[in-house]
Design a protein around this ligand. Structure first.
Ligand code: FEO
Length: 404
């Protein structure tokens, strides 16, 4: 059965929702599913903007068959060829052999690299600023390299003000009928998954996202719709989401608050983390969030580290090193380019307390613009009352640094 929705009078969402996939990119949990968005424009010429993951191909085909009603597809615009969007390209080419494919040079190269059979089809290479008319609608192609792959572009329909934004402005979460961001309580129900999507998928490429945002700023008054490849379509309050993207891609926190990430083997480091959280709240800082790194998937930790201004890392020493799961979190923060955060450290060890020095060295040597507070809580096996003043001093140092 077809499952489509109008975005505008002649533009349709023809994508699909996926609740079966448990791990996006086989690494990030998606308990709320994900959508693969594709859009079909019925102008004098019909145009499909992007395809879908192979698992959703059948739904895309049913949607297109319904709307095309026996006519062939004229154009296929590929903004992003990564297989979660491009895997169905070949099937579209097989069913519509005369379709003209529009994409970037690098995109065609990568399609061939993945083994997509393009030979015999008309391929139109476009670059920054090129335009194309499909009838009533004229579009401009805008390069968006590294948002999130090097071949990516976005397409702006200047006729109706529709920005096909590829991975930018996307989110985890299946749509389940609610196509538009204004049909859900986005700030309550979606923002955490949108942040987790951005920070883990595109987070590393903040400067490239900033370049795209600067290009978008030049036509902001003309953008009426943002149609991403995942998650809801935006047609109201675009500034809300653009502002979030601006913060995330500049690596600036959204909120003053404290994330306490702890690695605890027998509960003693966790108890110290709890004591610190309690001290912070007693001193008036209540925007405090605790995460056990051993049972919180690192994609959630990354998302929270992008949201909040302060991070406390509390780790046991393990094989004379940082506890492996905490080390993995640090490696991921580095890989995703997180910067501009204030960090406090709690270390634990029963005979050789090493984790504090090692975490500090990692933060200072491997990451950018991370401020490590001088106050550090060091404990041997467990936190005892004789450390109460050190605990209080650490909490005070965090509170003081938040007042800057
Ligand atoms: Fe959803 Fe970079 O692909």
């Amino acid at each position: 059965m077809y499952c489509v929705r109008n975005v505008t009078e002649d533009l349709y969402w023809v994508g699909a929702n996926d609740h079966r996939l448990t791990l996006f990119e086989n690494i990030h949990p998606i308990p709320r599913g994900v959508s693969y968005n594709a859009y079909l424009l019925l102008d004098e010429h019909s145009v499909l903007f992007d395809t879908v993951d192979w698992s959703a191909c059948r739904q895309l085909l049913e949607n297109m068959d319904y709307l095309l009603a026996g006519k062939p597809l004229d154009y296929l615009v590929i903004n992003h060829m990564e297989p979660d969007h491009g895997a169905s390209i070949e099937e579209i080419l097989l069913r519509h052999p005369k379709v003209k494919v529009i994409s970037t040079e690098k995109s065609f190269l990568l399609m061939r690299q993945f083994g997509f059979q393009l030979d015999g089809h008309e391929l139109i290479e476009v670059k920054e600023g090129d335009t194309w008319s499909f009838g009533r609608h004229t579009v401009t192609f805008v390069a968006a390299p590294m948002v999130h792959w090097p071949e990516a572009m976005v397409t702006f329909d200047t006729t109706d003000g529709v920005l096909f934004s590829a991975d930018a402005f996307g989110s985890f979460g299946a749509l389940d009928g609610k196509l538009f961001a204004d049909e859900v309580n986005f700030d309550r129900d979606w923002i955490d998954d949108a942040r987790r999507y951005f920070t883990n998928i595109v987070g590393k490429y903040g400067p490239h996202v900033q370049l795209l945002l600067k290009k978008a700023a030049g036509i902001l008054d003309q953008i009426r719709y943002i149609c991403p490849l995942h998650g809801p379509v935006w047609r109201q309050d675009l500034g809300y989401f653009i502002d979030k993207y601006d913060h995330w891609s500049r690596y600036e926190p959204e909120e003053k608050g404290v994330m306490i990430a702890y690695a605890s083997m027998y509960g003693n480091t966790e108890a110290a983390a709890q004591a610190l959280a309690t001290q912070l709240c007693a001193q008036g800082v209540t925007n405090v969030w605790m995460y056990d790194v051993s049972n919180t998937h690192v994609s959630y930790l990354i998302s929270e580290s992008f949201r909040l201004s302060h991070i406390v890392l509390a780790s046991v020493t393990y094989n004379l090193g940082i506890y492996p799961v905490m080390h993995n979190f640090l490696m991921d923060m580095k890989a995703l380019n997180l910067q501009n955060r204030t960090v406090a450290l709690i270390e634990n060890g029963s005979w050789a307390v090493k984790s504090g020095d090692l975490m500090q060295k990692f933060l200072e040597d491997e990451m950018k613009n991370m401020t490590v507070l001088n106050d550090r809580l060091s404990m041997a096996s467990a936190l005892h009352p004789d450390k109460a003043s050190e605990l209080q001093a650490l909490a005070s140092a965090i509170v003081k640094s938040m007042q800057n």
